[in-house]
Design a binder for this molecule. Structure first.
Ligand SMILES: [Zn+2]
Length: 267
């Protein structure tokens, strides 16, 4: 996909498998059978995005860093490096990594099993609220080797902590979108007259446009997450810009269309 002269490639680290309980205690998949596999569960991608070209010159920006090489009932990871290679991206050529947030399925590849940087030349951008919660305080799940590796990256001067909105690279801007996590960021790509929004987990699935009561079980602050979700829908509707979340089906962009019957998602 092109946003002006920027090119955007979606890559997928694996699968996030869940029943309706992810969206809240009252959620059911009734009427949403199209989202569900034969096992009655949703199988969502673990999306990351490569941004290149145009104002970035030779620089490659990676948005989110997947789960890493691990698997369980809910998460299956491990595909990112192969997907990046398939897109012609070598780890050493990634100059910038920005994480929408620090849940395990968004920061898994930042460091390897020894805690060394997977992307040896990359500067890392993270929301300050997430750094405090996940790395400093350890209030939430984070693998010890990832936490240790991230601390070393900070000591090496390679981590920029973002409070509020901040430029990441030419054409790439992070906007504060807290709630799912305290320092959650959405990433806006902007070049020429075009714009696109990478929503991270601010919106988990387009179905939440219809199911306005649906949140995410992993929302740290459910009320704030809900307000942010609504703010994102409103912005997508107002601007007409395409958007995609890290777990949207097939990592397909869509737009919010307003009409007589209410807002609809068109991918
Ligand atoms: Zn996620």
């Amino acid at each position: 996909m092109k946003i002006g002269e920027l090119s955007l490639t979606a890559v997928n680290d694996g699968e996030f498998i869940t029943g309706p309980e992810y969206f809240g205690p009252l959620a059911t998949f009734e009427g949403h059978e199209d989202l569900v596999g034969p096992d009655g569960k949703m199988h969502m991608p673990i999306g990351c995005f490569v941004v290149q070209g145009g104002p970035l010159g030779e620089e490659t920006v990676l948005v989110d860093a997947g789960l890493g090489e691990m698997s369980g009932d809910t998460f299956i990871g491990g595909k990112l490096m192969g997907e990046l290679a398939g897109a012609g991206v070598r780890p050493e050529t990634v100059g910038t990594v920005v994480c929408s947030h620090l849940h395990i399925d968004h920061c898994g590849w930042l460091v390897d099993g020894d805690g060394k940087a997977t992307f040896p030349n990359a500067a890392l951008f993270v929301g300050e609220g997430d750094w405090t919660r996940f790395v400093v305080e350890g209030t939430d799940l984070m693998l010890p080797q990832v936490r240790d590796g991230l601390r070393r990256l900070l000591d090496d001067g390679r981590v920029t902590l973002i409070e509020g909105d901040a430029p990441i690279a030419p054409g790439v801007t992070a906007l504060a979108a807290p709630g799912h996590t305290p320092g959650h960021l959405v990433i806006v790509l902007s070049e020429g007259l075009e714009r696109a929004i990478l929503l991270g987990d601010a919106i988990s699935c387009p179905v939440q446009l219809d199911e306005t009561e649906w949140g995410a079980i992993s929302d740290v602050d459910p009320a704030l997450a809900r307000r942010t979700r609504e703010r994102m829908w409103a912005e997508l509707e107002r601007s007409g810009d395409p958007g995609v979340g890290a777990h949207f089906p097939d990592l397909k962009f869509g737009r919010v269309l307003a009409g007589e019957g209410g807002r609809r998602w068109r991918s």
